[in-house]
Design a protein around this ligand. Structure first.
Ligand SMILES: [Zn+2]
Length: 260
């Protein structure tokens, strides 16, 4: 866990989660008392210490996945702070998370917590963040836009320019529409939960959109020739993906092809 404040007023905490053969970075951002996502419970030893040392007045969750909300229960109990989440995800949050083994090993479980519906705008003393609906990675996902600073807190909307795997609940058509919407905004620096701080963020986000629309063209061409999505998947992603087996099919390239 490294804490640094390269960006004025933004405190960034970073941890590495690993389990099976999978390794994944997690970044958490604290801006002016507003915490964006909580990180998973597997990082509790470090994050609980970090949270205890910081002034946290409110928490905004991009979405309810356990690597973003795993410490929400702890924060609610120990810091007595309001936690904001997409209104449609509140019911899920109020129940204990149930996950397959690979997820429990990497991210850990998620205790129930009791969030409030996401307001349209979240204010801190110095900043104003607009909560923007951003479905695609999961249906109930927000990104947060600080117009004056050109910041976009992206949760799991970006992650990388190329998409080679998708979780079963991801939808690439929704993702394309969201990327088009977000690219209307005037931002420059992206704060991604897994890639960290991404400079020239808008350019990178556009590259992700280009990647997906080119892929969409290819898939449509092959579908027009009569190929099934399974056959198209094997042509476009010929490499065997270990995670597909490890995750019991929750992650696969087929999920990309099938929803684009
Ligand atoms: Zn997620």
């Amino acid at each position: 866990m490294i804490n640094f404040s390269k960006y004025k007023d933004i405190i960034i905490t970073h941890g590495l989660c690993s389990g099976l053969s999978i390794k994944m970075n997690v970044y958490i951002y604290l801006v002016d008392g507003l915490l964006f996502d909580t990180g998973p419970s597997t990082l509790q030893k470090d994050t609980a210490k970090f949270f205890s040392q910081q002034t946290i007045e409110q928490v905004a969750l991009t979405h309810v996945h356990e690597d973003h909300s795993g410490m929400a229960h702890w924060l609610q109990k120990n810091k007595l702070v309001p936690i904001y989440l997409h209104s449609e995800a509140i019911k899920t949050a109020e129940k204990r998370g149930r996950y397959r083994l690979y997820r429990r090993l990497i991210w850990g479980g998620r205790e129930p917590f009791y969030p409030q519906a996401m307001p349209k705008v979240i204010r801190t003393e110095r900043y104003t963040f607009e909560a923007i609906e951003a479905p695609g990675h999961t249906e109930f996902h927000h990104v947060f836009y600080e117009q004056d600073q050109g910041w976009l807190i992206t949760g799991d909307l970006y992650i990388g320019r190329k998409v080679v795997l998708a979780l079963y609940e991801e939808n690439m058509l929704q993702m394309i529409a969201t990327l088009e919407k977000v690219l209307q905004l005037d931002f420059d620096t992206m704060f991604c939960s897994h890639a960290g701080v991404v400079l020239k963020g808008k350019e990178k986000m556009r590259q992700k959109l280009d990647f997906l629309t080119e892929l969409q063209d290819k898939v449509r061409e092959l579908r027009a020739k009569g190929l099934t999505d399974g056959e198209i998947d094997k042509i476009i992603y010929p490499k065997k993906q270990a995670i597909k087996t490890l995750s019991g099919g929750e992650w696969s390239s087929y999920n990309i092809i099938h929803t684009i």
